[in-house]
Write a protein that binds this ligand. Structure first.
Ligand SMILES: CC(C)(COP(=O)(O)OP(=O)(O)OC[C@H]1O[C@@H](n2cnc3c(N)ncnc32)[C@H](O)[C@@H]1OP(=O)(O)O)[C@@H](O)C(=O)NCCC(=O)NCCS
Length: 176
């Protein structure tokens, strides 16, 4: 339970989540992937990348596109009529692998909680919802990539993700 005035790890006062729902992203909401990717690449709080730079860099831009025909899916958290978080998993592979690629049949997860709602458990609920969703579609493992120094790694470790020997630095995998 979040108390009045409690501050999240982003330094913002945590706003209570009213009538939180986590549901599949609608097509008209697809631009949220670019918003969330931009927040994720700028996780340090410094403006390391602009939206235009993300769009122009193929190794980042592919995280902003959902190919449902390939099995990709995104779940959005909405509370009080506002978007408060997004989680998505992509089957990037072949000649266009993501940073957390381990095998073409292992989707790679990205998650972002909007400022003002971080540190209150929503990230955990989003990751668990995406893992359950992918498992329901037959996926056996989920991967992700986390940059060195990002404290999100603690959350992923707590949720059962572990480093992958031989894979790129920051790659983590969990069984579903
Ligand atoms: C990472 C993120 C999705 C986690 O969502 P959340 O709702 O804040 O997470 P929860 O409240 O469920 O869990 C809190 C955990 O987040 C982790 N965490 C993430 N960023 C953190 C930070 N800046 N400071 C402290 N803890 C942080 C901690 O492990 C914390 O758990 P702990 O208190 O047990 O150590 C969210 O903080 C976020 O969007 N951060 C900015 C972008 C980002 O880093 N995205 C991930 C890229 S890999």
């Amino acid at each position: 339970m979040i108390g009045d005035g409690e501050v999240g790890h982003d330094g913002e006062v945590i706003r209570p989540l009213r009538d939180e729902v986590i549901r599949p992203l609608r097509d008209d909401e697809l631009p949220l992937l670019a918003d969330a990717t931009l927040m994720n690449v700028n996780w340090t709080g410094e403006p390391r990348f602009t939206a235009a730079e993300v769009a122009a860099e193929p190794t980042l831009a592919h995280y902003t596109v959902l190919d449902r025909g390939r099995g990709d899916e995104a779940l959005v958290a909405v509370a009080g009529g506002e978007t408060v978080g997004l989680v998505w998993y992509l089957f990037l592979g072949g000649d266009d692998p993501g940073f957390g690629h381990v095998a073409d049949d292992v989707p790679e997860l990205s998650v972002c909680v909007w400022p003002g709602h971080r540190g209150a458990g929503l990230g955990e609920r989003l990751v668990e919802a995406a893992c359950a969703h992918a498992a329901g579609r037959g996926a056996r493992r989920m991967s992700l990539s986390v940059e060195a120094g990002n404290p999100a790694r603690r959350l992923y470790t707590r949720l059962g993700f572990a480093g992958v020997p031989g894979a790129a630095e920051g790659t983590m995998v969990r069984g579903l």
